[in-house]
Write a protein that binds this ligand. Structure first.
Ligand code: PGA
Length: 248
């Protein structure tokens, strides 16, 4: 049985002191959550977030990392640094990183391999643009992204990963995918994992939906058979996130 994961993606929001205050405030409200809860935060917020989350159900993650072990890569952060800082998760290949920072499926693949090697749980993002959806190529596009992201990753490592399906047109727009659209793609991703690995691997892997997840739509989305939780941007910055984790 897959345990649901609801992960916040703070993007470029909150300073270290804001992070500390927010996590301290929200942690007791999440104490009885019946799923895994995470906040993926800016690099400088990881250490204060980990400290503030100590003893709570909250796991902390990063929003990116580099695929090399160490060395002359000014401005980059290595997997072992994240681990040493106390991070458990790392978001990889978010559409904003692909759009603004030139990330590619091949880079995501290298990062995923390195993250797994260091014991981090990669949250591997995929998603189509509005044009691609209108052109009817959504599933082909997602399959391509996932195939490349998992290239060379054996089944025993693939099960340790999380996939986040985030239609780009639904991110930060308030335009959530219908539950039918979200389930269709998450179901297709699970089918692809069956094809690439096995039914057993596909059944144990968690697939999240992301894109304007909010207290009002979380319950219905998370009730879909192939949606195992959410990657939540805007709504994870406020105490209302509790209502996404524990939808009424
Ligand atoms: P949103 O962002 O919830 O603000 O739409 C989701 C994401 O980009 O992970």
């Amino acid at each position: 049985m897959r345990k649901r994961l609801v992960a916040g993606n703070w993007k470029m929001n909150k300073t270290p002191s804001e992070t500390k205050a927010f996590i301290q405030e929200i942690a007791p409200l999440l104490a009885d959550a019946d799923c895994d809860v995470a906040f993926c935060v800016p690099a400088v917020d990881i250490i204060p977030a980990v400290e503030a989350a100590k003893g709570s159900v909250i796991g902390i993650g990063a929003e990116n990392m580099y695929f090399e072990e160490k060395g002359a890569f000014t401005g980059e952060i290595a997997a072992n640094m994240l681990v040493d800082a106390g991070a458990k998760y790392v978001v990889l290949g978010h559409s904003e990183r692909r759009e603004y920072f030139g990330e590619t499926d091949e880079g995501v693949n290298k990062k995923a391999i390195k993250a797994i090697a260091h014991g981090l749980i990669p949250i591997i993002c995929c998603g189509e643009s509005l044009t691609q959806r209108e052109q009817g190529i959504t599933l082909d596009w997602i399959r391509k992204q996932i195939r490349i992201a998992y290239f060379g990753i054996p089944a025993e490592d693939a099960v340790k990963t999380v996939i986040a399906y985030e239609p780009i047109w639904a991110i930060g727009t308030g335009k959530v995918a219908t539950t039918g659209q979200a389930q269709e793609v998450c179901g297709a991703i699970r089918e692809l994992m069956t094809e690439l690995y096995s039914a057993e691997t596909a059944e144990s892997l968690r697939i999240l939906y992301g894109g304007s997840v909010a207290p009002a739509n979380a319950k219905e989305l998370f009730a879909q058979p192939d949606i195992d939780g959410g990657l939540v941007g805007g709504a994870s910055l406020k105490l209302d996130f509790v209502k996404v984790v524990k939808p009424e």
